[in-house]
Design a protein around this ligand. Structure first.
Ligand code: ADP
Length: 442
């Protein structure tokens, strides 16, 4: 069993990992940049180690420094959290080569899934429905136009190495496609050091529904139901719920089985998410995230299962503590992401609480939110027996949340949660864009 773990991340996810480790009797060492010296994870961990200056490329993305820190601090495992190096196969390999355990799937599996084209092919090989698209990468305008000819518009140009909603372009004509292709490839090159792009049929207003998987190293692969992440801004998730209002028990078992089948065949271990788009009652595979996700608490809330604990147990070669038939999906859970819109000192902070409310945050009054990193500063999770009950609770909890000194999206979240169209549940990924256009959120 792991005795001592390096947390190679910051913010709420670092704190999240530290908390579970404490419950498991695992010592934690948190790696931090100069800018995060006074952070809550640094205060909460058993030990901390500075791994470089503020810019992420010199600290949280500095593989050599992180691995050295892990070895020198006497750790036997590394948790990469989310973002940063969490889906970086080279990092996973370096960790392993240094004799430490990487909390995540094998590097080869991370590498395969990091290429969305390869991931999609793996799904197709198993007969899992995928979004129709180009058979592989499109290398030039002619190849793209040929593919577009048989697929028909609208299409979306996507980066094979993409993530975080970056580098996607919707195109509605040959002309737009020709114009956008090189730009999209350059953007992908800049963001992901890989300019490979491919085409997919653009579904106009689908639901984003994903399946949470946990898998051990003994061949057990179990799904924890779905999360609906349809409320998005610029392809980035803002609100996540479970169960999904559009998923019937039949669809849930089809999607769950497809996700389990795929990750079993790939030899996946730890926590992972299989993402689908759902359109007119049918599901289409999109990609796999080979890590824990920001929205994992929603699944924890409806199953009672600590997903970080499952990751650590799997990496320690322990057998899973439950089987598929033991997983009970109960009630409803919803998460609102609270994002900072400015850096600066938090002058006042009051956290919501009470029955059915969970707040995962690293904020405190007096904390300086640095300008260097991801803008997620808090995750507010509420449960209810039903969706209306959970959403009433979320409305109440958002009302209690006070963050002063920095600008956040809290007021916008309140408006979304209160909006009749969101409450009714009949919408697709264009909901937020539509509400913004109508001025309903300002
Ligand atoms: P990333 O890995 O950058 O997050 P994803 O492939 O997961 O990108 O897609 C993010 C979001 O972009 C989806 O949830 C969906 O809203 C939108 N999207 C992606 N592909 C399509 C598609 N083929 N049709 C419609 N929307 C899409």
């Amino acid at each position: 069993m792991i005795q001592s773990l390096l947390v190679a991340n910051r913010g709420e996810i670092a704190l999240r990992v530290i908390r579970t480790c404490r419950e498991m009797g695992i010592r934690t060492v948190v790696a931090h940049s100069v800018a995060d010296r006074d952070s809550l994870p640094v205060r909460s961990a058993d030990a901390s180690v500075c791994i470089g200056p503020a810019p992420a490329r010199d600290s949280y993305l500095n593989i050599r420094n992180l691995v050295t820190a892990g070895v020198l601090c006497g750790c036997d495992a590394v948790h990469p959290g989310v973002g940063f190096l969490s889906e970086n196969a080279a990092f996973a390999r370096e960790v392993r080569d240094a004799g430490l355990i990487f909390i995540g799937p094998d590097p080869d599996v991370i590498e395969l899934l990091g290429d969305k084209i390869r991931a999609k092919r793996s799904a197709m090989d198993l007969g899992i429905p995928v979004i129709p698209g180009s058979a592989g990468p499109v290398g030039n305008v002619k190849e793209a136009l040929d593919a577009a000819g048989s697929l028909g518009y609208p299409l979306i140009v996507k980066a094979a190495a993409g993530g975080g909603g970056k580098g996607m372009r919707i195109v509605r004509s040959d002309r737009e496609l020709s114009d956008v292709l090189a730009v999209a490839s350059q953007e992908a090159m800049k963001a992901f050091a890989d300019g490979t792009v491919y085409l997919e049929k653009y579904l106009e207003n689908p639901r984003h529904v994903e399946i949470q998987i946990v898998a051990d190293r003994k061949g057990n692969v179990v799904h924890l139901g779905e999360r609906d992440c349809t409320v998005q801004q610029n392809h980035q998730k803002l609100i996540e719920e479970s169960p999904s209002i559009v998923v019937t028990p039949e669809l849930r078992s089809r999607m769950g089985e497809d996700a389990v089948r795929l990750l079993r065949v790939l030899g996946y271990t730890g926590a992972g998410t299989v993402e689908f788009l759902v359109d007119e009652g049918r599901h289409y595979f999109m990609e796999v995230n080979a890590r824990v996700q920001v929205e994992h608490p929603v699944s924890e809330a409806v199953t009672g299962i600590d997903i970080i604990r499952q990751q650590i147990l799997a990496a320690s070669d322990e057998a899973m503590e439950f089987r598929q038939e033991d997983v009970m999906l109960g009630g409803y859970a919803v998460e609102c992401r609270i994002n900072a819109r400015s850096a600066g000192r938090v002058t006042r902070f009051e956290s919501p609480g009470g029955f059915g409310v969970r707040m995962d945050t690293f904020l405190y009054a007096g904390y300086f939110v640095p300008p260097w990193y991801d803008h997620l500063v808090a995750k507010l999770i509420c449960v209810g027996r039903t969706r209306p009950e959970g959403l009433r609770r979320m409305e109440r909890a958002l009302g209690e949340l006070t963050i002063e000194g920095i600008d956040t999206n809290t007021a916008m979240q309140r408006k979304i949660v209160a909006h009749p169209r969101f409450r009714k549940g009949v919408y697709g990924t264009s909901l937020l864009g539509d509400l913004l256009k109508e001025g309903a959120l300002s």
